[in-house]
Design a protein around this ligand. Structure first.
Ligand code: O2Y
Ligand code: MN
Length: 595
C-alpha cells in the first residue's frame, strides 16, 4: 500500500484512507516510465479495451461507452459552504451533503480493480508556476492519458518531498467488479451517478462515474482551470482557458499571444497556425490552458501547465491543422474515432472517406451509413513535444511574457473580423460579454447565441462576478505593462452563408496587425466597439479577397450592436451585486458610443 519513494506522510495517509474506502484489489504507485505505459497498454489490448494501430507506431484506439462521450456540465459541481461563493453560473451542492452522496458511491467502488496513484505536475516539474496533483484512479486508460497530458512520476514525488503541498484528485469509474464478473470494454456508472465535484476551499477534487476526458483526466479542466482559478484569485495570478503562441516577425521580434475561445472555435488550429504572410513564424506553446503570473519586471508571464494535446479529432485535417496531424503520427491515443480496414484511424473532415470503417460504436460503416463514423467529440491525445512547431521555450519554468490577449467567438453576423480594446477595462468588458453561436459540438440547439465570458463558463471555480473583479485588479497591478486586448471573429458569413474570411493560416494577417498595433506601427479607426483596422492596415498581400467582403468584415453596424444590448444587460444582471461597477460603466459607455 505504501510507496518507498513517497516521503510525504500526508500523501501516504490519504492513499491508505482512499484504499480503505474504495477497497481495490491492488494498489500501484505510478512512476511515469515508458515500461509502465507499455505494460498498461498491453493489458488493455489483451482484454479488448484498446486496439493497436498498425499505421501509427505505439498508438491505440479506444471506444467509450455511448453514454460516456464528453464532459458532463450538468453533473459538475463547485461546492463551497455558501452557494454565493459558487455563483450563478455553477451547479452547487453544499459540501457535507455532496460528500455524503459521494462517499456512499465510493464505498467498495474499486472492488476487483487496481487503484493507481498518479503523482503529477501541472507545469514543468519544479517551475515556480507549477502545481503538484495526485490522482487516484481505477482506470488504466486514465493513467496512460495522464502520462501524456501531464508530467507523471518519481521526479514529482521528489519535488513534493516530506511536507510539500499537493492537490488530491480522487477518481473512480464507478464500476466495481464482483468475483467472476466479466468486465466491459469501457466500464462506467450511469449518468445519475456521475459527479464531477470540486471543493475549492479545500483544494480537493472528487470525480465519480465517468472515464472520459475532462471528467476523468483530473489535471486538466478540474485542476488546471476550476481549482487553479480559485487558487489564482487567492494568490494573485490567473488560470485561464487560453492557447499560448509565439509569433516572430521577419525582423526577429517576438510577440507572445494568449487567446480564449469557447469550444468549437478552432483554438487548437490557431495555436498551431502556419502563417501565410512571408517571413512570419508561429511557434505553439499551448492549445488550451494558460497560467499567468506577474514577473519581476512587472509583465505578465504565461506557462502551459499541460504536457500534451487532448484535441477534437473531427474536422482536423492537413488543410485545417497540418501541425496537429503531424503531432499524432505516433505515441498517441485515439478515443471514439473510426477504425479503417488498414488499421488506422479516420474521422469526418480528415480527408476523403474510406469505403469502409468500423465506427466509434464498433459497427460496420460505409459512406452510405446514416450515422457518423467518428463521434463528434472523438479525441486524440498526443505529446506536445511531437508538434513540429512546438516552441523551444514551451517548458521555460518562468514562462513567456504576454503582449497580446485575444478573445473571440463564432458569429455569422454583427461582430467584425477584429477590434482592439481601448484599454484594459474595455478588454475586460469584451471578455465578459464574449459570445458564440452553438454548433453541433455544443450542447443545445444549433445557432443559439451563448454568452461564455472569457470562455470560462464551464471552468470558473468561484463566483464569476468575483472573477471579473479579479481581472480588473490584475490590470491595476499590471498598469502600463498590461497586454493589449483584442476581440476576433473568423466566422463572419455572407447573407448566402459563404465564409467572408478564409481563416486558418490567413489569420496570421490579423495577428500581424495586432503586433503592429502593439508597436504603434499601424493605423486603426475608432468605432463605438473598439479600434478597427482601416482597409489598408491589414496585410492582404497575395490574398484574393473581394473589396466588398473586406468592407463587410470591417463594418461596425451600430444598430445591430444596439439590438444586442438588452441581452448583455440580462447577462450582467445574473451577477447581481457581484457585478463590478467597472463593468456596468463599460456597458453604459458602449451604449453612449452607439448613440
Ligand atoms: O469532452 C471532454 O471531456 C473534453 S473537453 C476539452 C478537451 C480539450 C480541450 N478543451 C476542452 C473543452 O471542453 O474546452
Ligand atoms: Mn478547452
Amino acid at each position: 500500500m505504501q510507496s518507498s519513494k513517497c516521503q510525504n506522510a500526508k500523501l501516504q495517509q490519504w492513499v491508505k484512507e482512499a484504499a480503505e474506502l474504495c477497497r481495490p484489489e491492488a494498489i500501484h504507485w505510478c512512476d511515469g516510465s515508458q515500461a509502465e505505459y507499455d505494460t498498461l497498454m498491453a493489458q488493455m489490448v489483451k482484454v479488448g479495451m484498446a486496439t493497436p494501430l498498425d499505421k501509427r507506431p505505439n498508438s491505440f484506439l479506444f471506444r467509450s461507452d455511448p453514454s460516456d462521450v464528453a464532459r458532463v456540465e450538468d453533473r459538475t459541481y463547485i461546492s463551497y459552504p455558501h452557494q454565493e461563493q459558487a455563483g450563478p453560473t455553477n451547479n452547487w451542492i453544499e459540501p457535507d451533503k455532496l460528500k455524503g452522496i459521494m462517499l456512499d458511491l465510493y464505498k467498495g467502488c474499486m472492488a476487483g480493480r487496481t487503484m493507481y496513484v498518479i503523482p503529477f505536475s501541472m507545469g514543468p516539474v519544479g517551475s515556480p508556476l507549477a502545481k503538484i496533483g495526485v490522482e487516484i484512479t481505477d482506470s488504466p486508460y486514465v493513467v496512460c492519458n495522464m502520462h501524456i497530458m501531464t508530467r507523471v512520476g518519481d521526479r514529482v514525488l521528489e519535488v513534493l518531498g516530506a511536507d510539500g503541498e499537493y492537490i488530491p484528485c480522487l477518481h473512480s469509474i464507478g464500476a466495481p467488479l464482483q468475483p467472476g464478473q466479466a468486465d466491459s470494454s469501457w466500464p462506467c456508472a450511469p449518468i445519475e451517478q456521475k459527479y464531477i465535484s470540486h471543493f475549492p476551499a479545500e483544494n480537493l477534487i472528487w470525480s465519480y462515474g465517468s472515464g472520459y476526458g475532462g471528467n476523468a483526466l483530473l489535471g486538466k479542466k478540474c485542476l488546471a482551470l476550476r481549482i487553479a482559478s480559485a487558487v489564482a484569485r487567492r494568490e494573485g495570478w490567473m488560470a485561464e482557458h487560453m492557447l499560448i503562441l509565439r509569433l516572430t516577425s521577419p525582423e526577429g521580434r517576438q510577440y507572445h499571444v494568449t487567446g480564449a475561445f469557447p469550444s468549437a472555435c478552432g483554438k487548437t488550429n490557431l495555436a498551431m497556425l502556419l502563417p501565410t504572410i512571408k517571413g512570419w513564424k508561429v511557434e505553439c506553446i499551448g492549445d488550451d490552458i494558460a497560467w499567468m503570473k506577474i514577473g519581476p519586471d512587472g509583465r505578465l508571464y504565461a506557462i502551459n501547465p499541460e504536457a500534451g494535446f487532448f484535441g477534437v479529432a473531427p474536422g482536423t485535417s492537413y488543410d485545417s491543422n497540418p501541425m496537429a496531424m503531424d503531432s499524432i503520427k505516433e505515441n498517441s491515443i485515439f478515443t471514439n474515432c473510426a477504425l479503417t480496414d488498414d488499421s488506422d484511424v479516420w474521422w469526418e473532415g480528415m480527408n476523403g472517406a474510406p469505403s469502409h470503417t468500423i465506427d466509434w460504436k464498433g459497427r460496420d460503416w460505409t459512406p452510405d451509413s446514416k450515422d457518423v463514423a467518428a463521434h463528434a467529440n472523438a479525441r486524440f491525445t498526443a505529446p506536445a513535444s511531437q508538434c513540429p512547431i512546438i516552441s523551444t521555450d514551451w517548458e521555460k519554468p518562468e514562462g513567456v511574457p504576454i503582449d497580446i490577449i485575444i478573445f473571440g467567438g463564432r458569429r455569422a453576423s454583427v461582430v467584425p473580423l477584429v477590434a482592439q480594446a481601448y484599454d484594459w477595462d474595455h478588454g475586460v468588458f469584451m471578455g465578459s460579454t464574449a459570445a458564440s453561436e452553438t454548433t453541433a459540438a455544443n450542447i443545445g440547439a444549433v445557432g443559439n447565441l451563448r454568452r461564455d465570458p472569457f470562455a470560462m463558463l464551464p471552468f470558473c471555480g468561484y463566483n464569476m462576478g468575483d472573477y471579473f473583479q479579479h481581472w480588473f485588479e490584475m490590470g491595476d497591478r499590471l498598469g502600463a505593462h498590461a497586454p493589449k486586448v483584442f476581440y476576433v471573429n473568423w466566422f463572419r458569413k455572407t447573407a448566402e452563408g459563404k465564409w467572408l474570411w478564409p481563416g486558418f493560416g490567413d489569420n496570421s494577417r490579423v495577428l500581424k496587425w495586432m503586433c503592429e498595433r502593439v508597436d504603434g506601427k499601424v493605423g486603426g479607426r475608432e468605432t463605438p466597439i473598439g479600434i478597427l483596422p482601416n482597409e489598408g492596415d491589414l496585410d492582404l498581400t497575395g490574398l484574393d479577397l473581394p473589396a466588398q467582403d473586406l468592407q463587410e468584415l470591417l463594418k461596425v453596424d451600430a444598430a445591430a450592436y444596439q439590438a444586442e444590448v438588452p441581452d448583455m444587460e440580462n447577462h450582467f444582471a445574473k451577477f447581481g451585486d457581484k457585478l463590478p461597477g467597472r463593468l456596468s460603466a463599460q456597458l453604459e459607455a458602449l451604449k453612449k458610443r452607439l448613440g
